[in-house]
Design a protein around this ligand. Structure first.
Ligand code: BES
Ligand code: MN
Ligand code: MN
Length: 457
């Protein structure tokens, strides 16, 4: 990989310029107003992949945004790596909290600031550049396929259908993904678990029109009051979720494994000050690391209703709404939890209101083996470039499509991300370190060579 590494070193600045061009595209999948820009981003990714030396490029139409595909098949006797990433990003709101505009990338203290810098354009692009180097230097030791989607941030609806219909096209020995984080420069890590997700929207209706809160207040239930009381019944004061059956399938992690999980460093004072909180809070009996990895959660993501404009309006509103999501752990099922939520929410609704519950996209929790050829290749690659052996960690985030890959294609994924949990993904001032970007590009080729080596044994 010497020629490859020299090439990477030499072309560094160009890589960054190209990434900037990608970051200028507002590829916000959640907002239909950006439809043209999301599609233009797919086209740009395809062009960049072609310039990198990939072949058979295609934009596959789906029920949603296109999947960008490209491959380089060097020899059928070599193993095949399927690279997954996403070119869509989260909305940038609230815009006024950004120190520089979300879609005008800028470097400040060694970090690239832009929406998508870390999640996932910066991380996805590391793969395009690493593969470019291996192709141009004639050092590609594996076959490689790329599958880059545009709907990860909205549930991967299009890609799900695409995967189901394209088993042969996507045949591979391993899926390689950089869409997660490492603990720090000195504590590299590989993600071996992701939480699942059940996402609900609820609607509580009282009177069939807004009322004067003086004339009717006290005699007619206020849906916002009722909704607040109902939300309060979803969790007790020990941080336990009170939905009937919620914990039935939760994996019980052994004391020994819990001890191991807690070995990773976490500076709790730094954590608190960075988040501006006076103390951490969560389920009794579990550490912060456990609460964000092996335990399920419930969070209200949004709540609205009534009057929220200037001044005061004395109204007893007709309706109240909330979006409520639950992070799931092995062996909970998204569908089952959504059903349990709906039953419970309806059960606790007082008879004087009407409740509607709908489920949004969800996803299954995941654990990946840490003794596979793929894991060992990632471990060796990171040890090579960090000078420190990485540790396996379970992450609190979700990438629902990864469990579908396993289910549909029978292929395991290696989650070798290079972001930090402090990169403010989904928040204002998202950034990605130049160090992380280049470290990722440097590490990926070693994964290929160790993976090929491990496979030939
Ligand atoms: N890349 C993230 C997931 C992630 C972030 C995993 C950090 C591990 C560490 C992904 O883009 C994401 O944001 N996923 C969503 C789920 C999706 C269904 C909207 C999430 O976790 O909220
Ligand atoms: Mn992501
Ligand atoms: Mn994301």
């Amino acid at each position: 990989m010497e020629a490859t590494q020299n090439y990477l070193q030499k072309e560094k600045d160009r890589f960054l310029e190209e990434l900037f061009e990608l970051l200028r595209m507002p590829s916000i999948s959640a907002d239909p107003n950006y439809k043209d820009q999301v599609i233009a981003t797919a086209e740009m990714v395809k062009e960049r992949m072609e310039e990198a030396g990939l072949e058979n490029l295609a934009l596959f139409e789906t029920t949603g945004y296109p999947v960008v595909y490209g491959d380089k098949l060097v020899d059928s006797s070599l193993p095949t790596i399927l690279v997954y990433g996403h070119y869509d990003v989260q909305p940038a709101e609230p815009l006024d909290l950004w120190d520089s505009p979300a879609f005008e990338p800028e470097i400040r203290d060694g970090k690239i600031y832009a929406r998508g810098a870390c999640d996932d354009k910066g991380q996805m692009y590391m793969h395009v550049k690493a593969v470019e180097a291996m192709i141009k230097c004639d050092e590609l030791p594996c076959n490689v396929k790329f599958m880059i989607e545009g709907e990860e941030e909205v549930g991967s609806g299009g890609l799900s259908g695409f995967v189901k219909e394209n088993h042969d096209l996507l045949a591979a020995d391993i899926i390689l993904v950089s869409d997660t984080s490492i603990i720090s420069k000195d504590v590299p890590s590989i993600t071996v678990g992701l939480r699942g997700l059940a996402y609900m929207e609820v609607e509580v209706t009282g009177p069939d029109h807004d009322l004067h809160s003086g004339v009717y207040g006290g005699a007619v239930a206020n849906p916002i009051n009722v909704l607040s009381q109902m939300i309060n019944k979803l969790m007790d004061d020990k941080g336990k979720i009170t939905i009937d059956g919620f914990y039935d399938d939760v994996e019980i992690v052994s004391e020994a494994d819990r001890e191991k999980i807690n070995l990773r460093p976490l500076d709790i004072e730094g954590y608190k000050s960075r988040l501006g909180i006076k103390d951490v809070n969560g389920e009794d009996g579990y550490t912060t690391i456990e609460r964000t990895s092996i335990r399920p959660t419930l969070d209200v993501n949004g709540i609205w209703g009534g009057y929220i404009g200037e001044g005061a309006k004395t109204v007893l509103p007709s309706q109240a709404f909330a979006k409520i999501s639950m992070r799931l752990v092995p062996h909970q099922s998204s569908e089952k939890i959504s059903a349990l939520f709906e039953d419970y929410f309806k059960k606790i609704a007082p008879e004087y209101v009407t409740v509607k519950v709908t489920a949004h996209h969800g996803g299954e929790p995941l654990v990946v083996p840490s003794d596979s050829i793929g894991y060992r290749a990632a471990e060796a690659a990171m040890e090579k470039t960090f000078g420190i052996k990485p540790i396996p960690v379970r992450s609190g985030g979700s990438i629902p499509i990864i469990s579908l890959f396993k289910q549909e294609l029978g292929i395991d994924s290696i989650l070798m991300g290079f972001g930090f949990d402090t990169d403010l993904i989904h928040s204002p001032n998202e950034h990605y370190g130049l160090w992380n970007f280049y470290k990722g590009i440097e590490t990926i080729p070693y994964f290929y060579s160790y993976f090929a080596e491990g496979h030939s044994k």
